[in-house]
Write a protein that binds this ligand. Structure first.
Ligand code: ATP
Ligand code: MG
Length: 441
């Protein structure tokens, strides 16, 4: 992409109502624009990151055996009357009436819809287990939308729903999601700590929130330090096998947010292993038994010939919130530092003298070679001063910057900089291209 033709409305200063760094940087980097409180337009640069984050979430869901579908944003109130949640949900639900005076709502979540889809066709335990997910916009009329995409009213969520014959099956489904979440967040360069969450009237131990440590987070967490460093199991696990050892290795270490905090259990951790920190909830997994299948009559016939209400769980990831969390975890005073896996482009190609024959030719060569190797480039071919170009490149945080100037190119050289480490070196153009593409130029 040539910057001269792109749409990148960067700002010198963040608006004063942006309180946290991720919100400030997303506005300054031209990623989002607020349209109403908690409602954002995703500008081209922001959309590229959102799509990358979404794709990582999708790949890890697919790997864990979940199946993607797409449910509507508008839902019938009648389904929520069946589950008993229509009145109970309160002011966070955006209620809408259509021209036939039917009550609709903009979905804040989709347990009812997915249960309705499931019950329409699945009748036998032989079709289980199933896990259906979608990545869809949600609306919650939050009392205090704030911190940009972190607590929006309209936001993108991945929500998965598992269906099993019994609790043992549901536990296996839960474990698959637990491991998939660890892998998902690790691929984005995040350390997400699974913390015990409230199970309410369902009881049991199958509810965890995944919290990314960040000073600006809305959750207070208390945990064992080893949990933060433990890392993710990676993709090569036996998804059809017993994942409980992987889950138990983590859940036996203490970790809880405010509501669930148990001072005595925390005090039992050796003092040098205690960690109290702020964090951002990026995911929540939850087993809720037959709550919806009972209310909505989602039953399958079991091996015993009897009808059984299916055991369900739901598994959410805040896809749009993740962008804020990643920036909170990875930035410096000059701007964003994107982990390679989610960067909007792989390379910022900076032409210091547009119109200079040698500079232009070198840039065109690098631009073409990168694309041929499947890499994406944002080519700064504008007439902006060098200082402005460097500032923009640092602000938008692409992993690599290639700087092409008349002095160095006269010797066939360009400068290559790593945004994260700040390391720079000067080397022949072809060698730099080969390094970035993995192919000789
Ligand atoms: P919170 O406690 O932050 O309000 P929640 O418990 O309401 O979250 P869930 O219903 O479990 O959240 O939704 C799944 C995920 O969706 C959350 O883990 C979070 O990452 C994300 N999420 C929830 N509400 C918002 C919001 N208003 N804006 C952006 N992301 C959100
Ligand atoms: Mg909420």
């Amino acid at each position: 992409m040539r910057l001269s033709r792109y749409f990148l409305p960067t700002l010198k200063e963040a608006p004063s109502d942006a309180q946290i760094v991720s919100h400030q940087l997303m506005l300054r980097a031209g990623m989002i624009k607020q349209e109403a409180a908690g409602i954002y337009a995703w500008l081209p640069l922001g959309l590229r990151v959102l799509r990358k984050v979404e794709q990582i979430v999708r790949e890890e869901m697919d790997r864990a055996g979940a199946i993607e579908l797409l449910m509507p944003t508008l839902q019938l109130a009648d389904l929520w009357r069946e589950s008993g949640r229509y009145e109970a949900y309160g002011d966070e639900m955006l209620r809408i009436t259509d021209r036939h005076k039917r009550d609709l709502l903009y979905g804040p979540t989709a347990e009812e819809v997915v249960t309705d889809i499931f019950r329409a066709s699945v009748k036998s335990y032989k079709d289980l287990p199933k896990n259906l997910y979608n990545i869809q916009w949600k609306f919650r009329d939050e009392r205090r939308p704030r911190f940009g995409v972190m607590r929006g009213r309209e936001f993108l969520m991945k929500d998965a729903y598992s269906f099993d014959l019994d609790e043992a099956g549901a536990r296996a489904a839960y474990n698959r999601m637990f491991v998939a979440y660890l892998n998902t967040f690790a691929r984005m360069g995040l350390k997400a700590v699974p913390t015990r969450a409230d199970t309410g009237p369902i009881g049991g131990d199958l509810s965890h929130e995944f919290i990314v440590l960040a000073e600006t987070g809305e959750s207070q967490i208390y945990c064992h330090k080893d949990l933060v460093e433990m890392g993710a199991p990676g993709p090569d696990v036996d998804w059809d096998g017993d994942l409980s050892p992987l889950v138990e290795a983590r859940t036996r270490l203490y970790a809880a947010a405010d509501e669930m905090h148990d001072e005595a259990a925390y005090a039992a951790i050796p003092e040098d292993k205690r960690l109290t920190a702020r964090g951002i909830e990026v995911g929540h997994i939850f087993y809720f038994g037959t709550k919806y299948s009972d209310a909505m009559k989602a039953k399958v016939s079991g091996p015993d010939g009897q009808d059984h209400a299916v055991h369900m769980g739901s598994y959410g990831v805040g896809v749009s919130r993740l962008l804020g969390a990643i920036i909170e975890a990875s930035h410096d005073e000059n701007g964003i530092i994107w982990p390679e896996a989610v960067a909007p482009f792989d390379l910022a190609l900076i032409n210091l003298r547009v119109g200079d024959e040698a500079c232009d030719a070198a840039c065109e060569k690098a631009y073409a070679a990168m694309h041929a190797a499947g890499k994406s480039v944002l080519y700064d071919d504008t007439s902006e001063r060098p200082g402005g170009k460097f500032a923009t490149a640092d602000l938008i945080g692409l992993p690599w910057q290639m700087i092409v100037g008349p002095k160095s190119i006269a010797e066939g050289n360009v400068e290559i900089r790593n945004r994260a480490t700040g390391e720079k070196s000067v080397a022949p153009l072809d060698a730099v291209i080969a390094g970035l593409t993995g192919k000789p130029a």
